[in-house]
Design a protein around this ligand. Sequence first.
Ligand code: FAD
Length: 472
Amino acid sequence: MANDQFDADVIVIGAGPGGYVAAIRAAQLGAKVTVVEKEYLGGTCLNWGCIPSKAMIASVERLQDIKHADAMGVSISGEVTMDFDKMMARKDKIVQTQRGGVGYLFKKNKITHVEGFAKFIDAHTLEVSKDGNSQTLRAKNFILAMGSSVIYLKIPGLEGGREDGVWTSDDAVTAPFVPKRMLILGGGAVGVEFSYVFSGLGSEVTLVEMQDRVIPMFDADLGVELGKQLSKVGVKVKAGAGLEKCEKVAGGWKCTVKTGDKVEEIEVDVVLLGVGRKANVDGMGLEEIGVKLHRRGVEITGDHFQTHVPNIYAIGDVHGAIQLAHVASYEGIIAAHNIVEGKAEVADYKAVPNCVYTVPEVAGVGLTEAKAREKGYDVKVGKAGFRSNGKAMANGHQDGVVKVIIDAKYGELLGLHMIGSHVTDMIHEGVVALNLEATLDSLLGSIHAHPTMAEVVLEAYEDAHGMAIHKA
Ligand code: FAD
C-alpha cells in the first residue's frame, strides 16, 4: 500500500497491548507499519500495570505460602522475611525482559519503531518530537492506541505526590519502601490487588470503597467473598464508605473516613489512589483535524473502531469503553484487519473475561446474576464451592465458589463467575462456552478431569440442573 506519498501504510501511536498487537497483525497482513511510542514498549500494562503488579503479587503469595507451609508438612526453621529490594528487582527484570520481547517482535515483523511524542499536523501527517528534535511522518492510516494515565482524585486537603505520601498505581508498582500504614482508595481491581500486596508485606492497610462491597463490577457473591478473604488476611475493608478529607500530619495523613453515619479518623503514611484514569489525548491536535472526543477519550463511530476521521482508528483504553489489556489487543486485531483488508468487522463483547489477581483470585465472564435478571431473563443459578474438592484440599486452597447463570428458557449459559485459586486460568472454559452459545445440556456432558479445581465448574453446572453430586 505505501507509496512515495507515505512513509507507512499504517502508523500506530502507542505500543501498549492494543498498539503493539495491532501493529504486528497489520504487518502480518502485509502492511508497512510504523509505531510511535513516547515512553516504553509495552505501554501501561507491561510497565506500570498488569505485569509489574502480578510480579509483586506472586512474590507476596510465595512468602505467604512459605509462612504457612507447616500445614503442608514442610518445616522451615528461622525467620521467613521478604527482601523488598530483591522482590522489586525481580519485578523490574520481568518488565525489562517483556519489553525486550516486544522490541524483538517488531524487528521480526519489520515494524519501524520511532521514539517520541506524536502530534497530528493533518489527517495524514504526524510531527514526532523527542528531546527537542522533531520529524514528520506521513501515513495512509493511523491507529490511535495512546491508552490512559493515572489521575489524582480531588480529595479535600490531600495534596502533593509521591514524595508527600500521595501515591497512584504508578507509584505502587515502583514503591521505594513498604509503608507502615496505608489507606487505599477504591476497591476495584487495582485497589484490592495492592491491598493484598502491601498487607502481605506487613503494611497496615485500610481499603475504602464507595459501593457496598469490593470489586462491585463483579457478581455480588464474589465481591462479598473477596471482602471476607481480604479481612481474613488483615486488610481493614470499609465498604459503603467515603474518604471525606485528609489533613497533613507529621509523617503522613490524617484521613476522615465516613461509613454510613460513622465517621472515623485514620492516620496513615501513604494514601494510595486506586481509582481513576484518563485517556491520553492532550496536546495531540486531535480535535483540530476532526477527531471527536468525549468525556472518556476518543469517540469512535461504531464497533469497527473508526473515528470521525475515516482513516484514523482508535482502540483500547483511549476510547474508554472497557479498560483491559486483552480487550485492547482484541480491538487492535480487528482494527488492523479492517484497515489492511478494507473490512468493517465489529467487536463482540459478549465474552470478555474480567480477572482480579488477589489471593484468592476472582474471574467472571458474561452476565452477572443481577444483570441477567435486569435484562429480563428467567435465570437458573448453580453454585459449587471448592471446600470439598479433592484437588483444592490437596493443594490447601479450599476457599471460594463457582457460580453459573443459565437462561431457564433455552438453557443457554449467560455467565460464569468464580473466586478461588487459579480461577483466572479456569475462566476460559466459560469464555469458549459463551462464544459457542453453549447450553446447560452440552456443558453437563463435558467431562472434567479428576482431580482438578475445574471439576467445581461442572459441579456448578450440575447444581443449576438440580442434581449436584457432591452437594451436602
Ligand atoms: P496503554 O497500555 O496505556 O499504552 C499506551 C501507550 O501509548 C503508552 O505506552 C504511552 O506512552 C503511549 N502514548 C500515549 N500518548 C502518546 C503519544 N502522543 N505519542 C506516542 N506515544 C504515546 N488490564 C488487564 O487486562 N489485566 C490486568 O491484570 C491489569 N492490571 C492492571 C494493573 C494496574 C495497576 C493498571 C494501572 C492497569 C491494569 N490493567 C490491567 C489495565 C491495562 O493496563 C490497560 O487496559 C491496557 O494497558 C490498555 O492498553 P492500551 O494499549 O490501550 O494502552
